[in-house]
Every structure is written in structure tokens, then in C-alpha cells.
Design a protein around this ligand. Structure first.
Ligand code: HEC
Length: 243
């Protein structure tokens, strides 16, 4: 009996030593053998992770595929508690015409079937920029407008807004509006940037409403260098015109 007991303990001892030795690693970054790794590492599905390669194993069928899904239509992003900011995140109330679906690949929720394809564009002339331009904030607004403009618009419209961006100069593309010769209302600029117009694609998936209204202030600055510098020209925000 004693013999059996002894061999059992030595077997356990040997197994324990093996486990201890095997759990060590010379790699200083390695955590060694983990007991129940799911307790340390969240098995939750995370957005923007390539699940095609998990712990060194490649699953060709899902590799490089998008893990984050497009949010459902009318999803409103959480944008803090400032009611003005929140209002700017609500869906744009003007609808696109059916023609835009064919040419600009818009979603079904944007569609408005109307006999006059320009009815909403014309009505958009009434929409005022909900972001007030004041002497206090104009510098910051123009600076963020310029950042957006340089990365999303200047390659077509040109740094100065003359419609001569590198894409146009290369001969690959033509027709980008020259803002110097453009006389349309702010709301119509918004409509065209949001839904696209002619050869210009829709920017609704690239910029939110706040960013579009900000870049519109910058376009107006390109059109008129005095825009926003004269107190009399300060653009009043009218809460009833937030679109
Ligand atoms: C791929 C090139 C391209 C890019 C990028 C582009 N545009 Fe345009 N844009 C055009 C073209 C072409 C037109 C002329 C459309 C027409 O009148 O048919 C235009 C027209 C416009 C107009 C006049 C719309 C109207 O109703 O007449 C505005 C304002 C404008 N773009 C602003 C922007 C802003 C702001 C950006 C960046 C967020 C931008 N565009 C990005 C090509 C582009």
C-alpha cells in the first residue's frame, strides 16, 4: 500500500515539475501557459479586428473582411449632451431625388420620388448655416474647415477653390466648380456636398453635418477673404433653421 502511495506521489511530483517547466518561456513578453485564457482575454467580438487571423491561425474565408457592420439607417451617433451639437447629428431632413440613387449610390432612406428632381435642391436655398460664425470662433472654424477642405475637396476644387485641383490639372477629371464663380445659397451647397451633384459624389459617408457646415464657412472665406472678419457680416445662428 505504501509502495503504491509513494509511486502515485512521485508520478504527481513528476507531472507537476513538467507543468512548471513547460509553463516557463524565455520570451520576456510571453505570459507563459495560461490557465483558462478566456478569463484573461475578452472573447467579445470587437469592431475593426481582422478575425481572419486569430492566435496565429488564418481563416481564409473571413480574412481581411470587415467585422464592423454599417449601422442601421437613421442611427444617431452619441454626441454629448449639448443640444446644439446633438441637433447637428440628427438626420438631414431634406431628401434626395430618385435620380441620385442611380448615379450616386445612395441608400433607400434618402429617396423621395418626385416629378421635379430639383424640388428639394431649390427648397434648400432657404436653409441657413446652423453654426454661427462670430469674431470669437471664426479663426477656429476656418482652421477646421481648411483641414476638411484640404483632405476631402482640394484635389478636385483646388487649394484656392478655383476648380483647378491636381485631379483636374492631370486631365483625369473635369468640371469641378470654381467657387469664385459660384453664386448659390449655403443650403444648396450643403445639399450638393451631402448628396453629390453631377460628377461630384455624395460626401454623406465621409463627413457629418457639422463638418459639412464647417467646410461651407471655409468655402465662403475662399470666395471672399473678408468673410467673417467684419462684425457686420457675422452670420447669425437661427435655431429654427437647423436642418
Ligand atoms: C471628385 C472631385 C470632387 C470632389 C472630391 C469634390 N467635388 Fe465638389 N464638385 C465637383 C464637381 C465636378 C462639381 C460640379 C457639379 C455640377 O454642377 O454638376 C462640384 C460642385 C461643387 C459645389 C457646387 C454645388 C452646386 O450645387 O452647384 C460645391 C459647393 C462643392 N462642389 C463643394 C465641395 C466640397 C466642400 C467638397 C469636399 C467636401 C467637394 N466639393 C469635393 C467635384 C468634386
Amino acid at each position: 500500500m505504501n509502495k503504491v502511495y509513494k509511486s502515485i506521489t512521485s508520478l504527481f511530483g513528476a507531472a507537476l515539475t513538467c507543468m512548471l517547466v513547460a509553463s516557463c518561456s524565455s520570451d520576456p513578453d510571453s505570459s507563459g501557459v495560461e490557465y483558462m485564457p478566456d478569463m484573461y482575454r475578452s472573447p467579445a467580438i470587437e469592431p475593426y479586428v481582422d478575425y481572419g487571423e486569430l492566435r496565429g491561425r488564418v481563416h481564409a474565408d473571413v480574412a481581411r473582411s470587415q467585422s464592423a457592420l454599417t449601422p442601421p439607417a437613421f442611427t444617431i451617433p452619441y454626441y454629448g449632451t449639448d443640444s446644439k451639437e446633438v441637433e447637428l447629428m440628427l438626420p438631414y431632413q431634406r431628401k434626395a431625388t430618385i435620380a441620385f440613387a442611380k448615379t450616386h449610390g445612395l441608400y433607400a432612406d434618402d429617396l423621395l420620388i418626385t416629378e421635379d428632381p430639383e424640388v428639394e435642391y431649390r427648397a434648400a436655398a432657404e436653409d441657413k448655416n446652423p453654426i454661427a460664425l462670430t469674431p470669437a470662433n471664426s479663426e477656429a472654424l476656418f482652421s477646421s474647415g481648411k483641414t476638411i477642405y484640404s483632405s476631402k475637396c482640394a484635389h478636385c476644387h483646388g487649394e484656392k477653390g478655383d476648380g483647378e485641383g491636381p485631379m483636374v490639372k492631370s486631365g483625369a477629371y473635369s468640371g469641378a466648380a470654381n467657387f469664385g464663380a459660384l453664386a448659390i445659397a449655403d443650403g444648396q451647397m450643403f445639399y450638393s456636398i451631402y448628396y453629390g451633384k453631377g460628377m461630384m459624389g455624395s460626401h454623406r459617408s465621409l463627413l457629418n453635418k457639422k463638418e459639412i457646415w464647417t467646410v461651407i464657412h471655409y468655402i465662403k472665406k475662399l470666395q471672399n477673404p473678408n468673410y467673417g472678419s467684419d462684425a457686420a457680416e457675422t452670420v447669425a445662428a437661427d435655431s429654427t433653421t437647423v436642418k
